[in-house]
Every structure is written in structure tokens, then in C-alpha cells.
Write a protein that binds this ligand. Structure first.
Ligand SMILES: [Zn+2]
Length: 93
């Protein structure tokens, strides 16, 4: 059921905390893609996965959240816990 579209990226600049940030805008779907989640879009490539946004505001908020890497930290913690569990299982001998 996965039908994928071929994005036609246009690099756009948005304002982010007094700075300009290059982001990807797909002319096919009219969606923005996060250039940090899928940097390949800036080069016109097709990202395997990424974060897409219907408007500039949501993308801006997402980019600002990158600064704090909220979900990355959480994911790292989860991974560490999983590894610990695996180690514990391995030590059962
Ligand atoms: Zn992102």
C-alpha cells in the first residue's frame, strides 16, 4: 500500500531566530520537509524518511525543537534501556 511520490524540491529560505535557514519545499505535494531530518532534499534527492509539514509555521517550530533535540534524547534513552535489558539477559547463565 505504499505509494511514493517523486518530490520536486525547491530550496526555500525561512526566518529562524533572526537567521535564515534553507528548507525544502516539495512542489508536488506543497509540503515542507525538514532539512535536518532529510538533508538529501536540499540536493534534490529522495529521502527515505523525514518530517513533512503543511505549513511554514509547523516547520519552524520543528526546526526550533531540533535545538533541544527532544525526541532524539528520548530515543537515545530508550535505546540505552533496551541494550541494558539485552545485556542482563545475556548475563543469565
Ligand atoms: Zn527535523
Amino acid at each position: 500500500m505504499t505509494s511514493r511520490w517523486i518530490p520536486r524540491w525547491e530550496v526555500r529560505k525561512i526566518k529562524l531566530n533572526q537567521r535564515e535557514e534553507e528548507v525544502c519545499f516539495d512542489l508536488e505535494t506543497k509540503m515542507f520537509a525538514c532539512p535536518r531530518c532529510s538533508p538529501i532534499c536540499l540536493k534534490g534527492g529522495i529521502p527515505d524518511s523525514g518530517s513533512y509539514f503543511f505549513n511554514e509555521k509547523d516547520l519552524t517550530e520543528h526546526l526550533l525543537a531540533h535545538k533541544y533535540s527532544l525526541w532524539t534524547k528520548r530515543r537515545v534513552q530508550e535505546r540505552e534501556q533496551e541494550e541494558e535489558e539485552e545485556e542482563t539477559e545475556g548475563n543469565e547463565d
